[in-house]
Design a protein. Structure first.
Length: 179
């Protein structure tokens, strides 16, 4: 599941570029520069997984916020939050939060390394204004992740503690500190 959160986070960063993926380093560098040109990015999306062996799951909603190395991804079943130093992964159903040290591998920009391969298994769909609206990502063993963007906002200001887990808002969760 950690890999799925990182994949969703990285892909959502790429949504913000309004451009189709290209499989070459020059384009990826350009995409990265475009992404970094914004102070912050907020992306509302729906997502679902489809397996060859079963019916597609119902689409779920999520919102992702990015600012520098900090991010917050809120989905129905889990929240992934990082202030760039500490990361929190909240599993809603289990009422459990795993806390760890953030690393460069946790940074959603890391997904750009994976996109720079010829065998990424990513299909991008554009709307009539050439904005990226849908991604279909082939995962392991016949599993496909579908991401549909519903709204993007740029350069918003967030409070200092926005990119940290607010334990007071979740008084009954178990905190598992893995640092």
């Amino acid at each position: 599941m950690k890999k799925s959160i990182q994949l969703i986070a990285g892909i959502l960063f790429l949504f913000a570029t309004h451009a189709l993926f290209a499989q070459n380093s020059a384009m990826l560098k350009s995409l990265t520069q475009s992404i970094r040109s914004h102070k912050s990015i907020e992306v509302s999306f729906t997502y679902q997984t489809i397996s060859d062996a079963s019916e597609p799951e119902e689409a779920k909603e999520g919102t992702a916020y990015f600012q520098d190395k900090a991010y917050k991804i809120i989905m129905e079943d889990q929240h992934a939050i990082s202030d760039g130093k500490t990361k929190w992964h909240y599993i809603v159903e289990d009422e459990e939060v795993m806390v760890g040290n953030a690393t460069d591998d946790d940074n959603p920009f890391k997904i750009l390394d994976e996109v720079d391969r010829d065998d990424t298994g990513i299909t991008a769909i554009l709307d009539p204004q050439d904005q990226l609206k849908r991604l279909e990502i082939e995962l392991d063993e016949g599993l496909k992740l579908i991401l549909n963007i519903t709204e993007m906002k740029f350069d918003k200001d967030y409070p200092k503690d926005f990119f940290s887990f607010d334990q007071k808002a979740y008084p009954n969760v178990d905190i598992i500190d893995m640092r």
